[in-house]
Design a protein. Sequence first.
Length: 70
Amino acid sequence: MTTEKSDKTLDCKGTLCPWPMVKTKEEMDKMDSGQILEVISTDPAAVPDIKAWAKRTDNIFISSKDEGEM
């Protein structure tokens, strides 16, 4: 869990793979270096997908948390 404030929040609740990852990339492309994007998703594949993408693209995955069913 991080205490850093996000610059933008992306709500992907109710969407399934690949949409959380597609929308995350679209939003990241619009953001400046150093900004933080918070992604909210109900797709269980979103966290591992976004972590892998971040590593592959030299972005930083800060943290994730599971808040149960949303």
